[in-house]
Design a protein around this ligand. Sequence first.
Ligand SMILES: Nc1nc2c(c(=O)[nH]1)N[C@H]1C(S)=C(S)[C@@H](COP(=O)(O)OP(=O)(O)OC[C@H]3O[C@@H](n4cnc5c(=O)[nH]c(N)nc54)[C@H](O)[C@@H]3O)O[C@H]1N2
Ligand SMILES: Nc1nc2c(c(=O)[nH]1)N[C@H]1C(S)=C(S)[C@@H](COP(=O)(O)OP(=O)(O)OC[C@H]3O[C@@H](n4cnc5c(=O)[nH]c(N)nc54)[C@H](O)[C@@H]3O)O[C@H]1N2
Ligand code: SF4
Ligand SMILES: [Mo]
Length: 740
Amino acid sequence: MTIVRTVCTPNCCNTCGLLAHVEGGRISRVEPAPFPDTRYTRICLKGLASLERQYHPERLKRPLRRAGERGSGRWEEVTWDVALDDIAARLKDIASRHGARSVAFATLTGSYGLLASNTANRFASVFGGSVPTRGTIMGDNGGNMGMALALGRVTAHEPEDWANSRFLILWGRNLAETYMNDFRFVLEAREKGAIVVAIDPRFTPTCAQCNQWIPIRPGADTALALGMMQVIIQDRLYDRAFLARHTVAPFLVRTGDGHFLRDPAGQPLAWDLANGRPGPAGDTGDPALTGTYAVDGIACAPAFQKLADLANGYPPDRAAAVTGVPADVIRRLACDYATTRPAAILLSQGAQRYFHGHQFFRAGITLAALTGNLGVSGGGASSIFIWPMHSAFDYAGFNYPDGKRYASLPGMMFYEAIAEGKPWPVRAAWFTGYNFINQAADPNRTIRELFPKLELIVASEQFMTATAEQADYVLPVTTFFESDDLVLAYDNLYVQLQQKVVEPWGETRSDIEVFSDLAGRMGLGRYFDRTPEQFLSALLNSGDPLLEGITLERLRREGAIRLNLPRPYVPFADKAFPTPTGRVEFYSERLVEIEQELPVHLEPLEGPGSAQGKKYPLTFLTAHSRFSANSQHFALPHVAALCPEPLLEMNPEDAGARAVRDGDEVEVFNDRGHCRVKVRVTPGIAPGVLNLHQGWWPRDFATGSQQSLTQGAVNPDQVFIGEANWAIFDCAVDVRRVWP
Ligand SMILES: Nc1nc2c(c(=O)[nH]1)N[C@H]1C(S)=C(S)[C@@H](COP(=O)(O)OP(=O)(O)OC[C@H]3O[C@@H](n4cnc5c(=O)[nH]c(N)nc54)[C@H](O)[C@@H]3O)O[C@H]1N2
Ligand SMILES: Nc1nc2c(c(=O)[nH]1)N[C@H]1C(S)=C(S)[C@@H](COP(=O)(O)OP(=O)(O)OC[C@H]3O[C@@H](n4cnc5c(=O)[nH]c(N)nc54)[C@H](O)[C@@H]3O)O[C@H]1N2
Ligand code: SF4
Ligand SMILES: [Mo]
C-alpha cells in the first residue's frame, strides 16, 4: 500500500489536503492530510465521497461526439485523434470566417488547480480567442467591485484571525456550510467570549451557532448598514482619529459638483479647525468632519458630513421599515458593534447577489472605517478572497505567453456576444470546469436562443452534465487524483501540491494534456512544449517574496506551505490603502456621475416594488449547500443518504396563503422558467423568501430546474464601475401547489 498526498480541489474555498491510500492501483480510502497548523488538517463528507466520484459508473472515459440533435443524448465514442483533428479543423474554419475572437473559452471553478483552471486561457491567448471574465458570470464580483472602490483591493483577514475578534458580524455569510472547516475559528472566538451575530434571511446552521440571528429582507442590507451608521454617528460612537487620518472623511466635497476640493497641486483640502482655514488634508492636524464651509465662495462640506446626511435619512425606524429588522435590534447592533473592539464583519456573497450588490460591500466597509476596525487584528470587513494568495503567482507568464493575450469578454456579456454579436460575435464555446447550463443564469434562454447560434460547443468534463449534454464534443478529463497541479485556496494562505495518486481512468486526460495536443495539431505546439511540472515551477517562480523558497521539491516533502507572511495576515495593517487617495474611500469621486458616490441603498431589480416583484411576490434564493460544492456532489451515495432530493424552504405564512403543507409538491415559477419540487415549511426562513439550494441537476427535478428561474440582467451602473455582476438572488417567483 502507498499513501500519496493530494488536494481536494472543488470550489468550496477550503482546499483540504487529502492522504489517498492506494492498494493494487486503486484508491481504497482518503483521510485528512497534515498541515503545519493542525487546525487546517480536515476533511468533510464531500471529500470522503470524492472516492465515490472518482469511481462513479457514470464517469466519462472516452471522447464523445454528438450523433443526434444537440441535447438528444445520442453519442458515439471516438478516439482522441478523431476528436481533436475535427475540433482543430473546425476552430480554424470558424476563426477564418468570424475571427479567432469568436471562439470563447469559458472556464469556471470545477477545480482550483492552477493548470486545470488556466490552461484554456493559455490556449485562448495563443489562438486569439475570447475568455469571459469569471468573477462576474459566477455572481461573485459585485462585492469585489465595491471593496476595490473603498479599499483599493479585494482582500480578507486570514481565517485564524477571526478567533481574535471580540464581536463578529457574519453578514450573509453561511460559514458553517460554505466554509465549514474555517468556521472553527469563529467558534474559537465564541469560546473566548466573542459575540457573533448572523444577518441572513434564513436561519442557517451558521445562525444556530451564533448569539443572535437577524433575519432581513433580501437585498436590503445597505439600508441596514445605513441605519447602523445613523446610530453610530448620532451617538458619536465613531473613531474620529481613524476617520480623520485614514479615510476621506475630512476631504471637502464641493456641494456643486460632488468632487473633492483640491489645491492647485491637486491635493484634496480639509477644513483646519485649528486655524479656521482650508489646508491640504494630509497636513491638517485637526480637520473638521462636520459642518458646511465656503472656500473662495465655493460651498463645500467634509465627506463625513455627506455620509452623515445620507445616514440621517435612515434613522432606525426608517431602516426598520426598509429592512424588516426591528428598530431596537438595529440600534443595539450598531452600539454593540461600535463599542466592542476589535470587531470583524465577514462580508460575503449572499448579500451581494443582488442587482446593486457592490453597494452592500461599500456599506459594510464604511461601518468598519467608522469604527476604526480596518487594519487591526480581529477587525476588518473581509471578503471571501484573500488577496496575497493569488497575486503572488506568475499567472501573467502562464496565461499570456510571449505577450499574446486573449480577448477578455465581460462575463455577463457572454450572452449578448452570442445573441447580438455585442461587443463582438461569439460563434463557438468551449467549457472547461464549468457546468454552464446548471450554474449560470437563465439556461432556458441559453438552450432556446443562444446555443443554436453556436457552430461548435465543446465541454471538457468528468461527467455528462447538463452542459455536456448540449455539446458537440465531450472530452473526458482527469480528477485531482489523476494529475499533478498546484492548488491555492481562496480563503487561506497555504500552497499545496496536487499529486497524481493513480493512473487516469479510461482514456481521460488532464486539461493541459488536451490543450497541448490540440495546440500541436494547430501549429501552436511551441507554446505547450513544457511538462506540467515545468509550468508549475514557472508559476511558482514569480519572483514575489511571498513565494521565496517555496519550490515543488519542498511542496512534495512538506505538503502544504504557507506564503511568507506574518501571522495572522491582517490586510492594511500599515494603514496604506491602495485607492487613488491612499485612504479608505467610502466616498468615491468617480461615482458622482452615477449618483453613487456614497453607499446609497438601491432596491433589488426584482424587489417588491418592481414590475416582476408585483407579478411574482416571493424572492427566490438558491444558496450554497453543505452537501455539494456547486454541482459536483449531490448524486454521490454517501451524500444522497443525508440529502436525497432538492427541497424548497418556505415560511409558514407564505405556505398557508397558498394552501401548501410541509412535504407537498409545488411548482416554483416565473416568466423565465419553473421547477417542481417538494416543500419544507419552516419558520427558519423569512416570510416572502424561498430557498432551494443551488447545484442540483435538472434531472433531480420532476420537471424544470431551479436555475431556469434566474435572470441575467446587466446593471449599467456596474458596467460604469467595471462590469456587471450576475445578480443571482435578485429573482422574483411565485409558488403553486401541484395537486396529485
Ligand atoms: N459546501 C459548500 N461550500 C461552498 C460552496 C458550495 O457550493 N458548497 N461554494 C463556494 C462558493 S463558489 C462560494 S461563492 C461561497 C459562497 O459562500 P456564502 O456567501 O456563504 O454562500 P451563499 O449561499 O451564496 O450565501 C450566504 C448566505 O446569504 C444569505 N442571503 C441571501 N440573500 C441575502 C440578503 O439579501 N442579505 C443577507 N444578509 N443574506 C442573504 C443566504 O440565505 C445564505 O445563507 O461558498 C463556497 N463554499
Ligand atoms: N442559482 C445559483 N447558481 C449559482 C450560484 C448560486 O448561488 N445560485 N453560485 C454561483 C457561483 S458563486 C459559482 S462559483 C458557480 C460555480 O459553477 P461551476 O464552476 O460550474 O461549478 P462546479 O459544479 O463546481 O464545476 C463545474 C464542472 O467542473 C468539472 N470539473 C471538475 N474538475 C475539473 C477539471 O479538472 N477539469 C475540467 N475540465 N472540469 C472539471 C465538474 O465535473 C463540474 O461539472 O456557480 C454559480 N451558480
Ligand atoms: S469538499 Fe471542501 S471542505 Fe470538503 S474535503 Fe473537499 S476541500 Fe475540504
Ligand atoms: Mo462562487
